[in-house]
Ligand binder design. Structure first.
Ligand SMILES: [Zn+2]
Ligand SMILES: [Zn+2]
Length: 283
């Protein structure tokens, strides 16, 4: 099994070293992992001191250096993939494309954590369904633009805002209101041969479900989707690998027969039966 969504201490919200994460992966009997530290683009860097272009470039440099070191250290024992989670790529398209060209990534997650000139969904407090729906409308429109741009391999946590709107703030949200837009996103992903991520972080958080939930994974399949990646979105060692077995079962129930991993941005399908090992099935 591979965990394809992990943050090290080089992410602004990560805690642990790449070596510590690799040791945990070995302990779980994983075959490999992708270190996917954040590159979060913003439209107004002056409002986000963590995300000025200089700091983002330095983060990418440090993360890549640590990955290179781990690839040597764990060679033959654990496959360490060079990844990144590129947030809001179009908020600074030139820098996004420069960083993608600079590093020889194996795997790139595309995601959105904040709307233009707005803080991360994490920092907003939600008080009504109307407010949440207005934000979700913009969110899915921006996500569609990211898929149109397409310079990523797997679309991360399709329903990210729900982690805070529903999981934390208990605001009812009706995603059926956005079905036209989410269908368009999933259909375009499928058409472009991109993967949809089943992000397992919600299973250990208040939301109690994968991001996205099973309905969207099934819909992706119905619309022609063929590739699923799995990730814990761990920001600390104990969360690595959490929920991967449940994520795989979700994919199976939705009609998939394999999981996808990426090397040098190329997709490799691994049938469920080839995922061996036991330890990773428990957390
Ligand atoms: Zn994310
Ligand atoms: Zn992440």
């Amino acid at each position: 099994m591979f965990d394809l969504h992990i943050h090290s201490r080089f992410s602004f919200d990560g805690h642990d070293s790449v070596g510590g994460l690799c040791d945990r992966a070995l302990g779980l009997g994983l075959s490999g992992l992708a270190i996917t530290d954040h590159i979060d683009q913003v439209t107004a860097p002056e409002l986000f001191p963590e995300f000025t272009p200089d700091k983002l470039a330095l983060t990418a440099k440090n993360s890549n250096a640590a990955i290179s070191k781990a690839q040597k250290e764990y060679d033959g024992r654990l496959e360490v993939l060079r990844g990144t989670e590129l947030g809001q790529a179009l908020h600074n398209q030139a820098l996004s494309e420069f960083l993608l060209a600079t590093y020889d990534y194996d795997f790139v997650l595309g995601s959105i954590h904040n709307l233009r000139a707005t803080e991360d969904f994490y920092f907003i407090s939600y008080s009504s369904s109307e407010q949440a729906h207005a934000l979700l409308h913009e969110y899915f429109e921006e996500l569609y633009a990211i898929v149109e741009w397409g310079q990523f391999d797997s679309l991360a946590h399709l329903t990210y805002p729900l982690r805070y709107m529903v999981g934390r703030d208990k605001i009812p949200v009706d995603l059926a209101l956005f079905a036209d837009c989410t269908d368009a996103i999933l259909a375009l992903l499928a058409k472009k041969g991109k993967a949809l991520e089943i992000n397992c972080s919600g299973l250990r958080q208040e939301l109690g479900d994968t991001l996205p939930g099973e309905g969207f994974v099934r819909r992706f399949r119905e619309l022609g989707g063929e590739r699923i990646t799995l990730g814990s979105d761990a920001h600390r060692v104990p969360d690595l690998g959490f929920g991967l077995a449940r994520g795989m079962e979700t994919a199976r129930r939705c009609g998939f027969d394999s999981l996808t991993i990426f090397r040098r941005r190329k997709a490799y399908q691994v049938p469920f039966g080839e995922w061996t090992g036991e330890a990773w099935r428990t957390p």
